[in-house]
Design a protein around this ligand. Structure first.
Ligand SMILES: [Zn+2]
Ligand SMILES: [Zn+2]
Length: 130
């Protein structure tokens, strides 16, 4: 089991170390949502993630079955509910522990920031590829 936490500690979660896919998303939405060049994320069935601490109700942007979930205190981006509410995309930066599956490709590289130079040798895709 992998532990995850927001920046302030008010929200914590556990997720099985069983991501089905992991990648770095360079789309403009993920860049804005993370304030970063890209969002490293891992996809897993929703029932394999459990929020274990929620001092203040989490902030959800979007619908309960299709939205981004953040700590209700500090706003750290923890995961998105996707694929008809059945899966989550966990922000790997919010994990305390290291997952076995690491991002192995980049997606939406056509939308990457002009100053962002991808320096690794991982495959790059213009579109969504899991
Ligand atoms: Zn927090
Ligand atoms: Zn994205």
């Amino acid at each position: 089991m992998l532990r995850g936490s927001c920046a302030c500690g008010a929200t914590e979660y556990e997720v099985e170390d069983a991501f089905s896919y992991a990648m770095n998303c360079h789309c403009s939405k993920c860049r804005a949502a993370t304030g970063s060049a890209y969002k490293p994320m891992g996809g897993i069935e929703r029932e394999k993630l459990r929020v274990t601490r929620e001092d203040t109700p989490m902030f959800a942007w979007g619908e309960p079955d299709a939205g981004d979930f953040r700590c209700g205190v500090c706003g750290s981006f923890l995961y998105s509910v996707v694929r008809d509410g059945k899966w989550v995309h966990v922000t790997l930066g919010s994990l305390v522990d290291a997952p076995s599956l690491l991002p192995d490709h980049h997606i939406f590289v056509g939308s990457k920031a002009p100053w962002d130079e991808i320096g690794d040798g991982l495959p790059q895709f213009e579109r969504y590829v899991t």
